[in-house]
Design a protein around this ligand. Structure first.
Ligand code: NAI
Length: 261
């Protein structure tokens, strides 16, 4: 637990399931004020709100599609109107949609780029605008991936979006460091969330993924939430512009593990 997170206002996009949900609950345990963004299922949003409250936090749910500028503006405005300020913005919402690259439609390309990359930009921009105008040394955390550095055939739009997030975060960190605003990425490896449910339900596919993870297991959402809590806390006060990979070693070329090469 990080004492300084108590009472902090945190917006988490895509918080109705997966990593967003785990982060919402973790910030609830930290007794933060959690703004739970959902896109379509109010019911799921309310379930997460209950978990946040049971964990010891306060919260509200706000519907927003992160790819829509007005929705993101409204999300940040609602957080500030309800809780009086904003301290931490976590741009987590994302999607993937595999396709051979030569068959990928422009529509599918745009959908992934709009949600993963443009949505992360809009959330970052609205939060930073509020921090600058109100002289707040706020905190932005973007959800990248190991695929900001590992190429991923069939996921060209996803990899491009995460590669874009890498340099966007580094640029924003540099631009706003003089104002004390920190901007960082989390780079998860393979984590057990609904985005991977179908793949991990197949024992062969699961074993194949596990073979690429030096620590030997698929990560738990709570292990990513723990990274988010640390990055948001004052314990990470000197950390900005990084991607903190939480990937069980996946980015460390596991095929070389046995001394091959
Ligand atoms: P998930 O599919 O379980 O959850 C994604 C969440 O984003 C859902 O709540 C969904 O409703 C929301 N969302 C999607 N489009 C949205 C939109 N337009 N507006 C608002 N919300 C929207 O996926 P998971 O695993 O929780 O992923 C969260 C983030 O972590 C994503 O950015 C993903 O790329 C990233 N990530 C996940 C990894 C994993 O292994 N689970 C690995 C690396 C990165």
């Amino acid at each position: 637990m990080y004492k300084d997170l108590k009472g902090k206002v945190v917006v988490i996009t895509g918080a109705s399931k997966g990593l967003g949900r785990a982060m919402a609950v973790r910030f609830g345990q930290e007794q933060a004020k959690v703004v739970i963004n959902y896109r379509s299922s109010e019911e799921e949003g309310l379930e997460v709100l209950k978990e946040v409250q049971e964990a010891g936090g306060e919260g509200i749910i706000v519907r927003a599609d992160v790819a829509k500028e007005d929705d993101v503006k409204n999300l940040v405005r609602t957080a500030v109107d309800h809780f009086g300020t904003l301290d931490i913005m976590i741009n987590n919402a994302g999607m993937e949609n595999p396709s051979p690259s030569h068959e990928l439609s422009l529509e599918d390309w745009n959908r992934v780029i709009n949600i993963n990359l443009t949505g992360t930009f809009l959330g970052s921009r609205e939060a930073i605008k509020y921090f600058v105008e109100n002289d707040i040394k706020g905190n932005v955390i973007n959800m990248s991936s190991v695929h900001e550095m590992i190429p991923w055939p069939l996921f060209v739009h996803y990899a491009a979006s995460k590669g874009g997030i890498k340099l966007m975060t580094e640029t924003l960190a540099l631009e706003y460091a003089p104002k004390g605003i920190r901007v960082n990425n989390i780079g998860p490896g393979a984590i057990n969330t609904p985005i991977n449910a179908e793949k991990f339900a197949d024992p062969d596919k699961r074993a194949d993924v596990e073979s690429m993870i030096p620590l030997g297991y698929i990560g738990h959402p709570e292990e990513i939430a723990a990274v988010a809590a640390w990055l948001a806390s004052s314990e990470a006060s000197y950390v900005t512009g990084i991607t903190l990979f939480a990937d069980g070693g996946m980015t460390k070329y596991p095929e070389f593990q046995a001394g091959r090469g």
